[in-house]
Design a protein around this ligand. Structure first.
Ligand code: MG
Length: 203
């Protein structure tokens, strides 16, 4: 299983990162070891002083595919979840400045959090899906899939030109504006619409 993460898929987040808008989907990988196991606490990693949350809609692939055309991409997933792409922002800045890969900043153990529940896409309007993240009961991120630069189907088609998508692969679709730091003791709660998808305390 692999985890594919899309970068800069919302214009407002690209702006807050002072980064240009991508012309094609920008993606990177997290290994399966980055997935925070169910019912496991999240511990603040010792190697960062600036851990950021990035709340993201997550797609689970349920069919093997390569070179998938955009027109058939929607047949490769049936369920949508919500996740956090935890990022050691200080390490990421260091890697960016040196032109190095991002894995130390993005692919560490526990850096990929996903909701236990995934919702059938039939129950959702994927063209216009609201989601938000609370930090200690205050809204810090609000997103809507209508603001995607690249749709889920475009992402699936694009990524599958380079790598085979397998059953169980996850796609983190990018984060809206409002990313920020967490501290030990903070609580993060992610919602799709009004439904709570996860609640996580930083230990
Ligand atoms: Mg992200």
């Amino acid at each position: 299983m692999k985890i594919i993460c899309i970068g800069r898929n919302y214009a407002d987040h690209a702006k807050e990162m002072h980064a240009p808008l991508p012309k094609s989907p920008l993606f990177f990988l997290k290994p399966d070891s980055s997935l925070l196991p169910k019912k496991t606490p999240f511990y603040y990693p010792e190697f960062t002083q600036n851990l950021h949350y990035e709340c993201e809609i997550v797609v689970r692939i349920n069919k093997l595919g390569k070179n998938i055309s955009p027109k058939f991409a929607s047949t490769y997933y049936t369920e949508i979840g919500l996740g956090i792409d935890f990022t050691a922002r200080d390490l990421q800045e260091e890697c960016k400045a040196k032109g190095l890969p991002w894995e130390r900043a993005k692919a560490f153990d526990g850096s990929a959090v996903i909701s236990e529940r995934f919702i059938s896409k039939q129950e959702l309007n994927l063209e216009k899906l609201d989601f938000h993240l609370l930090k200690n009961d205050e809204i810090v991120q609000q997103g809507n899939t209508k603001d995607f630069i690249f749709s889920i189907d475009t992402i699936i088609s694009y990524v599958s030109q380079y790598m085979t998508l397998k059953i169980g692969d996850l796609i983190f679709t990018g984060t809206p504006a409002g990313v920020g730091p967490v501290q030990i003791g903070d609580t993060l709660q992610g919602f799709i619409g009004e439904e709570e998808m996860y609640k996580l305390q930083i230990k």
